[in-house]
Design a protein around this ligand. Sequence first.
Ligand code: CDT
Length: 314
Amino acid sequence: MARVLRIGGAQLGPIQKADSRQAVVARMLALLDQAKEAGCDLVVYPELALTTFFPRWYAEDIAEMDDYFEREMPNDAVKPLFDRAKDYGMGFCLGYAELVEEGGETHRFNTCILVDRDGKIAGKYRKVHLPGHADYDTSLRWQHLEKRYFEPGDLGFPVWRSMDANLGMCICNDRRWPETYRVMGLQEVEVVMLGYNTPVENQHTPDEAPALRMFHNQMSMQAGAYQNGTWVVGVAKCGVEDGHDLMAGSVIVSPDGEIVAEAKTREDELIVADCDLDKCTLNKTTIFNFAAHRRPEHYRMIIERTGSEPPAAE
Ligand code: CDT
């Protein structure tokens, strides 16, 4: 019998600084209702889905940004989402800024969780590849201070057996790194869920066309899907957020690397695809049969070296 998960990608339009979590959750519930109507088993929401993308602003004292963080999950604002998804028997993946106090220390992560059909948190992932910078950069027209407000994730790239599938998560910039998918591929991941907040403009090369930016976005996910024989669900927060334009283009990518569903708008929008998990088998057992074809003895440099170095001079 085919193993099919009907997955919804719940793209969100912009969330302004002034928007309350309750207002955002109301929008997320509306998308959840659409997903129920469409018969979805699982819904994926974007990165930092509950607030504006606050790392675009600088605060001398990082604690000034703590209002953007969640200290418990679910909290009062998010509980309606947990409750309704459980009523519907649907799982979901949610990105948010996480603040934890441990051993008298405060830690902040860019996090997403997998909530199963019973409303239980089945998995947690903390963003590993944090883009941007830690200090105010006067050369930039806007800041990207993820390295200031978040620590790199400390949980690796786990894959969970949940909802009768092998499910993995990553967040935004992680999608551009082949290592992200390969570590999950080695755990036989069948669906990689991710959300993103990506500026339409690359301020380091303003000549880069938005179409090229979108190509890089989708190519990364398509390559990750194909090379690891997995579905990839990539969901944007998009549109003009507090004056900053974020790309849309949410997609569901098959294990062949083909886009099977794609958002048409730059607003709240649900995309849906039937993800046949058995479609992962062909790549996993033939061209990307890791056990048969990988040569890890030649890959040592990948874990021993971080930055690139040229070959020694003759
Ligand atoms: N949120 C996030 O990771 N965005 C990055 C763009 C960073 S530009 C400094 C991305 O890879 O889409």
